[in-house]
Design a protein around this ligand. Structure first.
Ligand code: NAD
Length: 420
């Protein structure tokens, strides 16, 4: 199968790391065992555009075991793990078009290469593949039939809902991000831990005693704030939503505007999915040594043009960290070019949470394949029953038992409907 990876000789290293992830993803592996004999994805072409990490390697193995024909590309220029890409090309024999550090042109070339499969199903993270598929469908460059797609992250779902509202969505997409067993775990615990891992790997600063400014108190922001506080940091939250801001305040954090926080923060992490969160006025107020990182999907939260405008020179401290020497004499440090810090400077989410996210992805692909194009073009939620099934399987894999409603309890709860 055709591929474009950076270094195919890393394939065995990648395979060992995928094996490691697999040992921590029991729910997805159980699904593989359930479906590998019946092969419900036989004859189904799947194009994936999702961070090429060791956990994604386990998803690829699972889709392949269920019979799918696959191509894969990265969904962010800095998130591909080159050993995993090499392993997927050599050991799984799929078409992989991904490498770390691609230019914008190479990034889109990779997406277009993956699309050549003429997929029945797309798997996306951030909606770049879905948008390119839509352009190709409109221009008649893709033949179809396309049964539908899945979307992994909050920003992708926001984009897809905007397409739906504008009457532009041409095929159904299942919002995997909106499953409770995805966003309440992956976004909160996964990004919470791995974003701090990225900051620590890139700088090795002591977070204890530092003021950590978290922009956005949604799922990702909440997870990062809690972990930073757990490491002894003084957490300051900035928000635009009064309810989220109130939650942050009552959770015990300081809440203020970014411009106020700019003067006191030691470490800044943006998690909003919005743009222009840290701008020139904020950068001008920052202390010497301030560290900037982003955990939101796109690199638009910290203004890099403003950083450049205010700097007299830049230098690389290490592979992940760039020093900006500001004209005001202070230095600020940007991690991972303002891209997802947990993937740019660390390994992404721990396997244990991706186990649930990717179990949802796999079941969503099965649903689209079985639909054979009969689902209407709109954004679909994950079935509640699927969410509960995945949570139960995860609990069982952890040896955790829970109580079950007795028939009397069930009748009691349902009886309220009759006013009893
Ligand atoms: N790094 C990762 O691996 C990873 C994982 C999951 C999600 N994400 C991405 O992280 C981002 C956030 O996801 P989420 O699930 O937490 O979303 P969310 O909607 O739960 O939370 C976003 C929060 O940011 C706030 N916000 C929006 N604009 C703001 C601004 N200008 N200033 C301050 N606050 C603002 C919103 O009010 C909201 O509370 C998205 O881009 C998502 O795709 C990244």
């Amino acid at each position: 199968m055709e591929h474009r990876v950076k270094n195919i000789s890393l394939a065995d290293e990648g395979k060992r790391r995928i094996d490691w992830a697999e040992a921590h993803m029991p729910v997805l592996v159980a699904l593989r065992k359930k479906y590998e004999k019946t092969k419900p994805l036989a004859g189904i072409r799947v194009a994936g555009c999702l961070h090429v990490t060791k956990e994604t390697g386990v998803l690829v193995r699972t889709l392949k075991a269920a019979g799918a024909e696959l191509t894969w590309c990265g969904c962010n220029p800095l998130s591909t793990q080159d050993d995993v890409a090499a392993s997927l090309a050599r050991h799984e024999g799929i078409g992989v078009f991904a490498s770390r550090g691609v230019s914008t042109k190479e990034y889109y070339d990779d997406i277009h290469s993956a699309m050549k499969l003429n997929p029945h199903v797309t798997i996306d993270d951030g909606a770049d593949l879905t948008v390119e598929m839509h352009k190709a469908l409109e221009q008649g460059k893709i033949k179809g039939p396309i049964y539908g797609g899945t979307e992994e992250t909050t920003t992708g779902v926001v984009r897809l809902r905007a397409m739906q509202n504008g009457g532009k969505l041409l095929y159904p997409v299942i919002a995997v991000n909106d499953a409770e067993t995805k966003h309440d775990f992956d976004n909160v615990y996964g990004t919470g831990q791995s974003a701090l891992d990225g900051i620590i790997r890139a700088t090795n600063v002591l977070l204890s005693g530092k003021s950590v400014v978290v922009a956005g108190y949604g799922h990702v922001g909440k997870g990062i704030a809690r972990r930073a506080a757990g490491l002894g940091a003084n957490v300051i939250v900035t928000e635009v939503d009064p309810i989220a801001a109130l939650k942050a305040k009552l959770d015990g954090y300081s809440v203020t505007t970014m411009n106020e926080a700019a003067a006191v923060g030691d470490v800044f992490v943006t998690t909003t999915g919005c743009k222009d969160v840290i701008m020139g006025d904020d950068i001008a107020k920052m202390k010497d040594g301030a560290i900037l990182a982003n955990a939101g999907h796109f690199n638009v939260e910290i203004s890099i043009p403003e950083l450049e405008k205010q700097s007299s020179s830049t230098s690389d401290i290490n592979q992940h960290t760039k020093q900006y020497s500001l004209k005001n004499g202070r230095r600020v440090y940007l991690i991972g070019e303002g891209r997802l810090v947990n993937l740019a400077a660390a390994e992404g989410h721990p396997s244990e949470v991706m186990d649930m996210s990717f179990a949802n992805q796999f079941l969503a692909v099965l649903k689209l394949a079985a639909s054979k194009g009969t689902m209407k073009p709109r954004v679909y939620d994950i079935d509640k029953a699927q969410d509960r099934e995945i949570a139960m399987a995860k609990l069982q894999s952890m040896g955790v038992q829970i109580d079950v409603l007795t028939p009397e309890q069930k009748a009691y709860l349902e009886g309220f409907a009759e006013g009893t």
